[in-house]
Design a protein around this ligand. Structure first.
Ligand SMILES: Nc1ncnc2c1ncn2[C@@H]1O[C@H](COP(=O)(O)OP(=O)(O)OP(=O)(O)O)[C@@H](O)[C@H]1O
Ligand SMILES: [Mg+2]
Length: 239
């Protein structure tokens, strides 16, 4: 069906305290794929990302990354295995320069050793970031700041990128720019899992997508098929 998956989430139940919020959820991302995980407010998208990046441990089920079982691994262990997480709200250091923010992304020894090479690659993908290298990150537009956050994650030279709501708080034009930049990153061959409430934009750029509602998977498939699905049109695209 597809090439070797870099990420497999198999039948996980997830929750907080005694409250289960994600039920029997499964997802795969193959090498080179851009996969969307979409759904409304509180549907459990960030919870799934937190389980993948090691911030919470699955109650049951399995997570495999790069061929190894990682259920219960810690966030720094996931980073060392090659998973980079672009957090919600970007979390840049606004008073530090764009260049300094990017360099912070290369915090593991292997990435640090190759950071000049990584920086050149990142500047090729995001020419604006070279232009504003000396500017405080906080002075950039929201869209450019999101690109700094993505570029900082790339400085880790990851095997896969996961992103939580990169379009949050951006104007429609900037959302389009950020989505186009995510597509460019994907075209370098890096597998990406993109979590978003903005269903329309995600379906427009992704290869496949999964739809979560109230912690349950309700649909998945090629994004082009989902764009034409009557339930998606009615519930998410306002058609
Ligand atoms: N730290 C937490 N402790 C307790 N409950 C939580 C916690 N984080 C999330 N929840 C609950 O888990 C459910 C799923 O939340 P989650 O943040 O995963 O949804 P989401 O799809 O990312 O929503 P949004 O689009 O608003 O970001 C919600 O009911 C939420 O209230
Ligand atoms: Mg969320």
């Amino acid at each position: 069906m597809m090439s070797q998956p870099i990420l497999t989430v198999a039948h996980v139940d997830l929750g907080y305290g005694s409250l289960k919020v994600v039920f029997d959820f499964s997802l795969q991302v193959a090498e080179g794929e851009l996969v969307g995980l979409v759904g409304g407010n509180g549907s459990g998208k960030s919870t799934v990302l937190r389980a993948i990046s090691g911030m919470i441990r699955p109650w049951s089920g399995q997570i495999l990354f790069d061929g190894k079982e990682v259920s219960g691994a810690k966030p720094h262990q996931m980073a060392m295995r090659g998973l980079a997480h672009v957090p919600m709200g970007r979390q840049l250091f606004p008073n530090m320069s764009v260049h300094e923010n990017l360099m912070l992304g290369a915090y593991l020894p292997e990435a640090r050793a190759r950071r000049e090479e990584s920086l050149a690659q990142v500047h090729e993908l995001f020419p604006d970031l070279a232009k504003y290298a000396r500017s405080p990150a906080g002075e950039l537009s929201g869209g450019q700041q999101q690109m700094v956050a993505i570029a900082r994650a790339l400085m880790l030279r990851p095997k896969m990128l996961i992103m939580d709501e990169p379009s949050l708080g951006l104007s429609p034009i900037l959302v389009k720019e950020v989505m186009a930049s995510i597509r460019r990153v994907s075209q370098t061959g890096l597998p990406i899992l993109l979590v978003e409430q903005n269903v329309k934009q995600v379906l427009a750029v992704s290869d496949r997508a999964y739809v979560l509602e109230n912690g349950k998977q309700v649909l998945d498939g090629p994004s082009r098929d989902l764009e034409g699905d009557p339930m998606i049109k009615k519930a998410y695209l306002g058609l």
